[in-house]
Design a protein around this ligand. Structure first.
Ligand SMILES: Cc1ncc(COP(=O)(O)O)c(C=O)c1O
Length: 361
């Protein structure tokens, strides 16, 4: 079986986790929390970073720290993982969907421009599958309309835009460290903030709104979104190998590029001025009607794949009657291939051969 993903745990994860166990610091206090936060902020070049228990609550906390709520509109691409949309709804703000760009699969700046109203408080962008959005266009748009920029970087650790790590452009940015992410803590996330004030709001809200000076005194409605020291220990060990993991994934994407050449599909392409981190090696089939048959045939040969996300505006709890032809088309034609860092060249060739045989039949 060749899975779509499996974590790369080849570093000091076990050693650091054992330190947590030996010291009994297994809960959400302990040395690995600040070490992971500081090293993460340093790695991506961010001012402030705070750990949380997953990438979904990272988004919710980010929006709570920015003060978003009922009466506000937040623009988000419909082609995203559902957590981006759910967390907007959970703040009480209104979800305003935006169309995707056909080449990048990311949010279309032109479409966002059309959807801005006097109620628009924020734009949540999502760097899908490891490719940075058009940050020049989005930052300029947010400045011109005085709206907040939230970067959902769950899928894009290691992705650059004009040499700068994504997550450093917006007012806040969030990361996920779920087991299938480029660096993982099992379950985990990070909230990255530009301003100290927003960072302190996020730290306060993630920890039950507890007073810094008075014990068991909670001064507002808040959450427990903390990460454990054990997860942070794994995260720190992962971060130490981040360059290596990213290099392996880039090599795998290169092998797919070579071996899939000439087939009726195209890979998610790195754009000028970006460095794709290839969280997933994703392809678009020319003919969407063949996708399920291809996936079934690969599965019968022990090769796991995943479809692209279904557009959120088609799901029951967050449905609208709008039409987003580009997002819908991408969603129908796209699929993710096995993309984990230790995938060998032989395995990539095996996957590519299986795809080639499917199209030859
Ligand atoms: C774009 C996006 N946002 C948010 C999340 C949520 O992260 P988590 O699964 O850690 O809650 C994911 C997870 O895959 C994601 O892909």
């Amino acid at each position: 079986m060749i899975p779509v993903y499996q974590p790369f745990l080849g570093g000091r994860e076990k050693e650091y986790v054992n330190q947590c166990l030996d010291s009994t610091w297994i809960s959400s206090r302990g040395e690995f929390i600040p070490r992971f936060e500081n090293e993460f902020a340093r790695y991506i070049g961010a001012a402030h970073a705070t750990t949380v228990s997953n990438g979904t609550v990272a988004l919710h906390l980010a929006m709570a720290a920015l003060g978003l709520g009922p009466g506000d509109e937040v623009i988000v691409p419909t082609l995203t993982y559902v957590a981006s949309v759910n967390t907007i709804m959970q703040t009480g703000a209104k979800v305003v969907y935006a169309e995707s760009h056909a080449d990048t699969w990311n949010i279309s700046v032109e479409d966002v421009r059309r959807r801005i109203t006097p109620h628009t408080k924020a734009i949540m962008i999502v760097h899908l599958y490891g490719l940075a959005c058009d940050m020049d266009g989005l930052v300029a748009l947010c400045r011109a309309h005085n709206v907040l920029l939230i970067e959902d970087c769950a899928e894009a650790f290691g992705s650059l835009y004009k040499g700068r790590h994504i997550g450093t452009f917006g007012d806040v940015a969030t990361f996920s460290f779920f087991g299938n992410k480029t660096i993982t803590t099992g379950e985990g996330g990070m909230v990255v903030c530009k301003s100290r004030f927003v960072h302190e709001r996020a730290c306060h809200l993630k920890s039950q709104g507890v007073s810094k000076t008075r014990e068991y005194w909670h001064d507002e409605l808040a959450f427990n979104y903390r990460m454990t020291n054990i997860c942070a220990a794994i995260g720190l060990a992962q971060l130490e190998r981040a360059d290596e993991i990213l290099a392996l994934k880039r090599q795998i994407a290169g092998w797919y590029h070579q071996t899939l050449e000439g087939l009726p599909l195209r890979m998610h392409a790195e754009q000028p001025g970006t460095r794709h981190s290839y969280w997933m090696c994703s392809v678009l089939l020319d003919d969407p009607s063949r996708r399920q048959a291809l996936r079934d045939q690969l599965k019968s040969q022990g090769i796991e794949t995943r479809p692209l996300f279904a557009p959120a505006h088609t799901m029951p709890h967050c449905k609208t009657n709008e039409d987003f032809p580009i997002a819908q088309d991408l969603s129908a034609r796209g699929m993710n291939l096995p993309s984990y860092p230790t995938l060998s060249r032989e395995q990539v060739v095996h996957v590519a051969d299986a795809i080639r045989r499917f199209f030859a039949d």
